[in-house]
Design a protein around this ligand. Structure first.
Ligand code: SF4
Length: 660
């Protein structure tokens, strides 16, 4: 894949170091313009039945009030497409001009009708002209060309209607619903996703239809990031127009996990100036999506004014596939170890054993024993507030060098040095020393660590263009041939819990996706007066966000992963309630991926790489999957969770939850 990076000129973004938004053509969608010099547009999708006009209109209004600028509504058949007319008319009557987008899967006739009614139509190139049969077909070039001709015939009428009516179009590829044709030729790869869109884009360009936005969604953040980057590179190389991009992570889930996963995927691309419209998909009411999208986007309003970062001349990182940076194994960092979590507790004086539950370690006084949950951190950073009791085996303490130097126990505690301390120090820990440096100190750092096999770097930056500044630090280390493990440290003084979650997911997740980083440390630097409990709550948040970011970037699985669809007018059960119920019974199954999908039309495809699937297949009926294979059909919903657990049990993946 390295050959895809022919030179920095054909890279996927304007600059790896200076924030610069990719120049795209403007696409008008009613009163909203996507791309060009326009702001990044927030959009979302309704979840009520499209035939429920009143319910749809009321939900649209709640979404608009929460900051949504473009609303997508599913149109699974002609009758729903027809009803878009009523929804639109009622919204306009009530004074709302927000453009509407019809979401189409499998039904060209619904698309052709909707394109005459609403301002934009989204088609899925994986299923617009193809029914999924999961067949592997050995195409010759001639039979492949015949297939493309068939697509052209099926798709041309829609292109013509869009042109005549001034209707925009999104060619929205989904990783989980690629056609058998694309799967047979490219597999479910980022390249397959890109080609899937290009097949349809070429037809549009032949017809001189350019009101197009493109998306490359996946619930796998690595695949999603790679596919968007590759799309841009292919558009540039293929001489296509620079079409605007719609960014999204599919089936991100709910609550903290959904937000973190969305930020890892969407934020990583926004950092490099990609993206003209954003939808955050959460398994929550849609009015909760726009504020998250807006929070991600708003970070870039003044980004271009950041301090300068040395340019990258040769880029040693492969942006189109995940390759972990090769690092030495030092203690339990680097090598084949998972990235480590260091949790900062340095603002708590005399922390007690019971307060360690904030970092996932529980002291049970009756038994005089420690237990750990799935979010038990690997290290705590106590700064200048040494921990006054013995830690359980496995968890280690990092102290400031000035404290460690005088500590009675220099074996079981590890020192953290600044660069000047490290350069002058006479004593070091024999196994592991932590060296905290800024990205701007990287040249001196490289000289200081030369030949050392006992040091872990903690890399941080004060640059507002954080992720690229940190990434530049990694580039310098790679160029210098250093294989030192690196923990990425981020801090967000004065930010709310929600912002800390989104920003750290973007800044650290963006690096992890590219195989950079051997650990995470979210600094506890909130200023002002806080009660001890508030500080402990913040520690708990940082600890769980750290694990969440590692999981969302697919570098360390510490919890069950739920790939739940955001729901839409097709949904056959209450997704939020069902997800909560399944989570309650299964959230101890570390690393197991469970897809929870509202309908059988798109669900099986969209849950892509889930290990087990719970999919609505009729009113009160659930079809259960093991991977892509149907195991039980039409299970009554009241029995479906038990049956799902039974399937997991039969598969040997079940264990009983442990009480803590
Ligand atoms: S999987 Fe969920 S979001 Fe996707 S079409 Fe079905 S119900 Fe709608």
């Amino acid at each position: 894949m390295e050959s895809l990076i022919k030179s920095l000129d054909s890279l996927y973004c304007d600059s790896l170091t200076q924030y610069s938004r990719r120049k795209t053509i403007p696409v008008r969608v009613g009163d909203v313009i996507i791309g060009g010099d326009n702001h990044i547009v927030v959009q979302s999708m309704t979840t009520v039945d499209t035939m429920d006009t009143r319910g749809s209109v009321e939900q649209c209004i709640r979404m608009i009030d929460s900051g949504c600028e473009l609303i997508r509504i599913t149109a699974p058949s002609l009758k729903e497409a027809e009803n878009l007319k009523n929804i639109k008319a009622e919204l306009r009557k009530r004074g709302y001009q927000t453009p509407l987008v019809a979401d189409i899967h499998f039904t060209p006739n619904a698309a052709e009708l909707a394109a005459r009614i609403v301002e934009k139509v989204r088609i899925n190139p994986g299923n617009y002209a193809d029914k999924k049969k999961f067949e592997v077909i050995d195409y010759t070039d001639a039979s492949y060309a015949e297939e493309l001709e068939r697509i052209r015939e099926r798709f041309l009428p829609l292109v013509k209607i869009c042109k005549e009516n001034g209707t925009a179009m999104r060619i929205g590829t989904n990783h989980g619903s690629l056609s058998d044709r694309i799967m047979s030729r490219y597999g479910d790869t980022p390249l397959g996703m890109v080609e899937s869109a290009l097949e349809f884009l070429r037809i549009c360009e032949d017809e001189k239809f350019h009101d197009i936005v493109i998306s490359m969604k996946s619930s796998n953040t690595q695949v999603m990031v790679q596919a968007y980057r590759l799309l841009v590179q292919k558009l540039n190389e293929g001489g296509f127009k620079p079409y605007p991009l719609h960014l999204g992570v599919t089936e991100a889930g709910e609550a903290e996990d959904g937000r973190i996963k969305s930020a890892v995927g969407i934020g990583t691309l926004l950092e490099d100036g990609l993206g003209d419209t954003v939808r955050v998909s959460l398994t929550e009411d849609p009015e909760f999506e726009a504020p998250v999208a807006k929070a991600l986007i708003d970070r870039y309003t003044h980004r271009a004014k950041h301090a300068s970062i040395p340019e990258v001349v040769n880029y040693p990182i492969t942006p189109f596939e995940h390759n972990k940076r090769q690092v030495a194994e030092i203690y339990n960092f680097g090598g084949h170890n998972v990235p480590r979590v260091i949790t900062d507790i340095s603002k708590v004086e005399n922390i007690s054993d019971r307060e360690m539950k904030a970092v996932g370690h529980f002291y049970l006084p009756e038994l005089d024993k420690w237990k750990m949950n799935d979010l038990g951190c690997d290290f705590v950073y106590s700064g200048s507030n040494p921990i006054p009791f013995m830690l359980p085996n496995g968890m280690k303490e990092i102290q400031n060098y000035s404290v460690w130097e005088k500590a009675p126990d220099q074996v079981n505690k590890f020192p953290l040095f600044s660069l000047s301390e490290y350069q002058k120090a006479e004593i070091f820990h024999s196994e592991i020393n932590f060296l905290e440096v800024l990205d701007t100190e990287i040249t001196d750092t490289i000289s200081a660590i030369q030949g050392r096999k006992d040091t872990i770097l903690i890399l941080k930056t004060s640059n507002t263009h954080s992720m690229p500044a940190l990434r530049r630090g990694f580039v310098s280390l790679i160029e210098a041939g250093s294989d030192i493990p690196v923990v990425v440290k981020v801090s967000y003084p004065d930010q709310t819990a929600d912002m800390t979650m989104l920003y750290s997911a973007t800044d650290v997740g963006g690096l992890l996706v590219d195989g950079l980083g051997d650990g995470i440390l979210i600094s506890l630097e909130k200023e002002g007066e806080h009660t001890r409990q508030e500080v402990l709550d913040q520690i708990k948040l940082h600890n769980s966000v750290s694990f969440g970011v590692l999981q969302a970037a697919r570098t360390r699985m510490s919890k069950t992963e739920y790939i739940s669809c955001p729901s839409c007018g097709r949904t056959l059960f209450d997704l939020q309630e069902t997800t909560a119920m399944i989570r309650k019974r299964t959230d101890h199954l570390k690393g197991v991926k469970i897809g929870i999908m509202g309908c059988i039309v798109n669900g099986p495809g969209e849950m892509a790489d889930a290990d087990y699937g719970y999919v609505g297949s009729g009113k009160g009926k659930i079809t259960l999957y093991k991977g892509k294979e149907v195991v039980k059909r039409s299970v009554p919903s009241e029995k479906a969770v038990d049956e799902l657990i039974e399937i997991i049990r039969e598969d040997g993946m079940w264990n009983e939850p442990e009480a803590i």
